[in-house]
Design a protein around this ligand. Structure first.
Ligand code: CO8
Length: 378
C-alpha cells in the first residue's frame, strides 16, 4: 500500500468506557453448568436412547488456561446468569431515546475528546466501527454526532475484529486527503447480546466495552501524548471459521432469526492455526516495508482474542516470549472485546513511551481480517 505523507496525521487521544458489571469465570461456569445439568435431566430419555447428545460441563481452569480470560464486563448483567434466560435483559428503547450503542459510544468519545484537548466543535467526521450495530439506519455515528454538536459527516462501518484498526485507517486517510481535519473514531462493542451463553465452547469468550480515538492533523495537535501514524496495513481473506448469520434476510428466508447458527460461532482451533501465521507475516511485512526491523519496535498493542495466540505471534516475531509490557494483555480483565481489544491495550499501555519510540496496533480475526498501524510517539 502506498504511503501517505509521513507523520501528517496523529492519534492525539483515546477513551475507554468500562461497564460497571463484572462477570467472573466462576459465576459464568456455575450458571452454564446449572443450565447444562437441567438440560441433561430434562432430556435424560433422549440422551439415554442416543437421540440427543448430553451438554458437556464447563470449567474455570479450562477457560483460563485456553484463553487467558478471568472475567469480562457486561453492559447488562441481569439475565445472563439466570438459567431460565441465559441472555441479558436489554429492553427496547423508543425512537426518541438515545440508543444503547450511542450511549456507550458517547462515554468513550467524551474521554477521547478530553484526552486530545478537543470539543465537538473541533470534529468534522465521526466513524462508529464495531462488530455489530443495533440497527441498520440511521447510523449510530450520526446519533453520536448530534449529541456532541458536531458538524460535518458521520457513518458506521462493520469489520468484526478489525473494525477499530480499519476505522483508524479511514480516519488517517481522511485527514491526509483533507476531507476531514479531525476525526472521532468509536468502537461501542456490545457483544453480549450475540453470545450463546448455552454453548460451552463460546460462553466465556466475549465482554462488552467501548473505546474511542481522535485522529487529527499533526499541525493542530496540542496533546502531550500523541502518536504519529507512519503507515497503515490491511489484508482480508474470506473464511467462514468465525461467523454470525444473524441478519435482516431471516424474515424472507422464513427462518427463526434467533435459531441455530444465528449467534456468534467459530471453529476456534482452525482460527488459531490459520490466523497466527497470517498475523505474524502481515506484521513483519508491514514493519519491514517501512525500513524497520521488528526489534526496533518498543510496543505491540495486539488484538485480544486469546493469550496463547498473542504469545505465539509475539514469540515468532521476536524469537522470544514478549515481556509483559512489550505486548500488553488485557484479556484477563476484559475478555475478547471484538475490535476494541487492541485499542484498550493502546489506551492503557502507552503513557510511558518516549518521543521517537515506535509501536504497532494490530488486530486479527473474523473475515479473516488483519489491520495494523505503525505509529511513533511524538
Ligand atoms: N470448559 C471445559 N472444556 C471445554 C470448554 C469449556 N468452557 N470449551 C471447550 N472445551 C473442551 C473442548 O470441547 C475440547 O474437548 P475435546 O478435546 O474432548 O474435544 C477441549 O476442551 C479442547 O478444546 P479446544 O481444542 O477447542 O480448545 P482450544 O485450546 O483450542 O481453546 C479457544 C479454545 C479458546 C476458542 C481457542 O481455540 C481460541 O481462542 N482460538 C482463537 C479464536 C479466535 O481468535 N477467534 C476469533 C474471534 S472473533 C473476534 O474476535 C471478533 C468477532 C466478532 C465479535 C462477536 C461478538 C459476539
Amino acid at each position: 500500500m502506498a504511503n501517505l505523507p509521513e507523520k501528517a496525521a496523529v492519534i492525539s487521544g483515546t477513551g475507554l468506557w468500562t461497564p460497571e458489571h463484572v462477570i467472573t469465570n466462576a459465576e459464568l461456569v456455575a450458571a452454564y453448568n446449572a443450565w447444562a445439568e437441567r438440560y441433561n435431566r430434562r432430556h435424560a430419555g433422549d440422551i439415554a436412547a442416543g437421540r440427543l447428545d448430553p451438554k458437556p460441563f464447563s470449567s474455570e481452569s479450562f477457560i483460563e488456561k485456553a484463553s487467558g480470560i478471568r472475567q469480562r464486563y457486561a453492559y447488562v448483567k441481569e439475565g445472563i446468569l439466570d438459567v431460565d434466560r441465559m441472555r441479558p435483559i436489554i429492553p427496547e428503547r423508543s425512537d426518541g431515546e438515545l440508543s444503547d450503542q450511542a450511549e456507550i459510544a458517547l462515554h468513550a468519545a467524551r474521554k477521547a475528546l478530553q484526552a486530545a484537548g478537543k470539543t465537538g466543535a473541533d470534529i468534522d467526521a465521526v466513524v462508529v466501527s464495531c462488530a455489530y450495530t443495533q440497527r441498520a439506519y440511521p447510523a449510530i455515528a450520526i446519533e453520536v454526532q448530534q449529541e456532541l454538536g458536531i458538524e460535518g459527516f458521520a457513518f458506521d462501518m462493520l469489520v468484526a475484529c478489525s473494525a477499530a484498526t480499519f476505522a483508524l485507517h479511514r480516519g488517517y486517510e481522511m485527514v491526509v486527503a483533507g476531507s476531514a481535519r479531525t476525526v472521532l473514531m468509536i468502537n461501542p462493542e456490545l457483544t453480549s447480546p450475540q453470545v450463546d451463553y448455552c454453548d460451552r465452547d463460546i460462553h466465556f469468550i466475549f465482554g462488552d466495552v467501548a473505546t474511542a480515538a481522535i485522529i487529527e492533523r499533526a499541525d493542530t495537535c496540542t496533546s502531550d501524548h500523541a502518536y504519529s501514524i507512519i503507515s497503515t496495513g490491511a489484508m482480508t481473506s474470506f473464511s467462514s471459521n468465525v461467523r454470525s448469520n444473524f441478519g435482516y434476510l431471516s424474515r424472507v428466508n422464513d427462518v427463526d432469526p434467533f435459531g441455530a447458527g444465528k449467534l456468534f460461532f467459530q471453529n476456534g482451533r482452525r482460527v488459531f492455526k490459520e490466523v497466527c501465521p497470517m498475523a505474524e507475516q502481515h506484521i513483519r511485512g508491514h514493519v519491514e516495508r517501512e525500513g524497520y526491523a521488528v526489534a526496533d519496535l518498543k510496543r505491540w498493542w495486539l488484538h485480544q482474542a486469546n493469550i496463547n495466540m498473542n504469545n505465539l505471534i509475539g514469540s515468532k516475531l521476536l524469537g522470544r516470549t514478549p515481556e509483559k509490557l512489550e505486548a500488553p494483555i488485557v484479556l484477563d480483565r476484559y475478555a475478547n472485546t471484538a475490535s476494541a481489544g487492541s485499542i484498550i491495550a493502546f489506551h492503557l499501555y502507552k503513557q510511558d513511551l518516549l518521543p521517537g519510540d515506535l509501536g504497532m496496533i494490530c488486530s486479527f480475526g473474523a473475515g479473516y481480517s488483519i489491520g495494523s498501524l505503525l505509529i511513533q510517539k511524538r
